[in-house]
Write a protein that binds this ligand. Structure first.
Ligand code: FDA
Length: 502
């Protein structure tokens, strides 16, 4: 229906969007969330909401004929990926020329598919990345608030020491310590009490049944169980699913109109609507928010958007690699899908690395130690609007990851030296030891203080806001969702206080 109007619209339902919706709802502002993905609450044919990682079906990926898992092959064999029926599945892999980006699709965005690792960044590095943001405010108020509202908890160290499912992490942790490297536990939004019950056999297995990238059926406090549930609880927030926003424009009176396609489960557009609003919040993630803004600027719909829209993108230095352990160091046939331990070598100025010890939950012994290394890398890329395809194109080049690979390699070479081990070359295709062509942590494109003011208000317009990972300039040193949440909390506190009258 055209002519619909709501006081506030929020595009997307990931971290930034969920914070915006909750705080608007609490302030008494009627708010509609537009989310292109599904609501993941109803069980499918097998009684499960999400499909198994080891046996993916149509629910796994966003309109694909074949899954595209991060580990491409095993022993060089094409045994990981499966043919699937196109469907609005929960994980997407967005391909650009020399970089592809994993993102979540559905009510809860990335929280549906991510590893749940909830890390507050080092204060010193945060201040370097976002120098205009008052760090005292963040570390005293907004990081604790985000951590609390997200439901972050810590693994019990006795459980960690005893669990059959964390041998992979204990082995890699010991090896790091033998190399003189520091390890640290990583907090998570996965309920560790639930995990202990899974292991005891009194709760249905989810993390302990390898569930993560295609969704967790139990145990994980994704946003639909935290911020979004609270937002709906205000009575002022509604969520429209399978609603993909295409365009944004502005009326003469300063209000905004979005064009949104309502799609069905085959991807067909069943209805195209126009919805008007006074306040418009973009929470479509680094890729989604940046694309909508670039399209609006470069087609002339919002011509006064800043030249900085599209700039300052980076993959948070993400590099994956696997080491091949000796036969005497098995990593366990049983592995929890939730990582809990990291090697913290960020103080090493020559090669800053925060390397999470990741599982390979294959269900059989692989002798692999797998790492997701977050590295420091000053390289940035930008998006350009391509009128021919009506899409945003990312100009990141593969060789921009050279510093990240070098840092990850210098750390893992040290471990290989003490352990007399080597790399695995059979996991990522092309005999490569380092996966440097995809990321999980897209950041930037609408950087705080550049494309926006210091609170996410888009330069050139009133009542138009970016509220997600697009605000963070390309690097954070740790996994990003706690920071995205805390920054959105900080910005919303200001915006509700000064821009919103009800
Ligand atoms: P986010 O991407 O969460 O949400 C954007 C939402 O907008 C999506 O639901 C999308 O469908 C929707 N959308 C996009 N365009 C739209 C349009 N045009 N119209 C309507 N809706 C639209 N981080 C971390 O801190 N710890 C971790 O352990 C991990 N692990 C991890 C694993 C995997 C597999 C992935 C893919 C990612 C992670 N991450 C992570 C990263 C983390 O999930 C990510 O940084 C956040 O989800 C980003 O939050 P945003 O609010 O920016 O957007």
């Amino acid at each position: 229906t055209s002519g619909d109007f709501v006081p506030a619209l929020v595009i997307g339902s990931g971290y930034g969007a969920a914070v915006a919706a909750l705080r608007l709802g609490e302030a008494g502002v009627r708010t509609t969330i537009l989310e292109m993905g599904r609501l993941w609450h109803d069980p499918g044919h097998d009684g499960k909401i999400f499909c198994a990682t080891t046996n993916p079906d149509h629910r796994s990926m966003w309109f694909r004929h074949r899954t595209e898992a991060p580990l491409d092959t095993f022993l060089w064999l094409d045994v990981v990926n499966r043919p699937i029926k196109p469907y609005p599945g929960v994980l997407d892999r967005v391909h650009f020329d020399e970089m592809s980006v994993y993102v979540g699709r559905g009510v809860g965005g990335g929280s549906l598919v991510n590893g749940g690792m909830a890390v507050v960044p080092r204060r010193k590095y945060f201040q370097q990345v976002l120098p205009e943001v008052d760090a005292d405010d963040m570390y005293r108020k907004f990081f604790p608030l985000a951590t609390e509202c997200l439901g972050v908890n810590d693994i019990d160290t006795d459980y960690f020491t005893d669990s059959d499912y964390y041998e992979f992490a204990r082995v890699a942790g010991r090896q790091a310590e033998e190399t003189g490297l520091a390890t640290t536990f990583v907090p998570n939004v996965y309920d560790f009490d639930h995990m202990a019950r899974e292991e005891a056999g009194t709760a249905t297995k989810s993390a302990l049944a390898a569930e993560v990238i295609y969704g967790n059926n139990h145990g994980k406090r994704s946003l639909d169980h935290s911020y979004l549930a609270s937002a709906l609880g205000t009575g002022n927030v509604t969520i429209e699913t399978l609603h993909q926003v295409r365009d944004i424009r502005q009326n003469r009176d300063g209000s905004y109109v979005v064009t949104v396609d309502h799609i069905d489960e085959t991807g067909e557009v069943v209805e195209s609507k126009q919805i008007g609003c006074r306040h418009l919040f973009l929470g479509a993630g680094s890729l989604g928010t940046t694309e909508l803004l670039l399209r609006a600027r470069d087609t002339g719909a919002l011509p006064d958007l800043d030249a900085d829209v599209g700039q300052g993108w980076g993959p948070n230095g993400n590099i994956m690699a696997g080491r091949a352990n000796n036969a005497s160091q098995p990593t366990g046939a049983r592995q929890s899908a939730i990582p809990v331990l990291a090697i913290d070598d960020w103080d090493n100025e020559a090669a800053r690395v925060f390397a999470e010890i990741a599982p390979v939950p294959a269900g059989f012994e692989t002798w692999i130690s797998m790492y997701l290394a977050i590295t420091e890398n000053p390289e940035r890329a930008s998006f350009r609007y391509d009128p021919a395809t009506d899409r945003a194109v990312l100009d990141w080049r593969r060789d921009q990851n050279t510093p990240s690979v070098a840092s990850a390699k210098s750390l893992l070479d040290r471990i290989n030296e003490t352990q007399k081990t080597t790399y695995r070359h059979d996991l990522f295709g092309d005999d490569r030891a380092f996966a440097d062509d995809f990321c999980y942590h897209p950041l930037g494109g609408c950087v705080l203080g550049n494309a926006t003011d210091n609170y996410g208000r888009l330069k050139g317009y009133r009542n138009l806001y970016a509220t997600d990972g697009a605000l963070i300039p390309g690097s954070l040193g740790v996994n990003p969702f706690v920071t995205i949440t805390a920054l959105a909390e900080r910005n919303m506190a200001k915006i509700i206080a000064t821009d919103i009258t009800t």
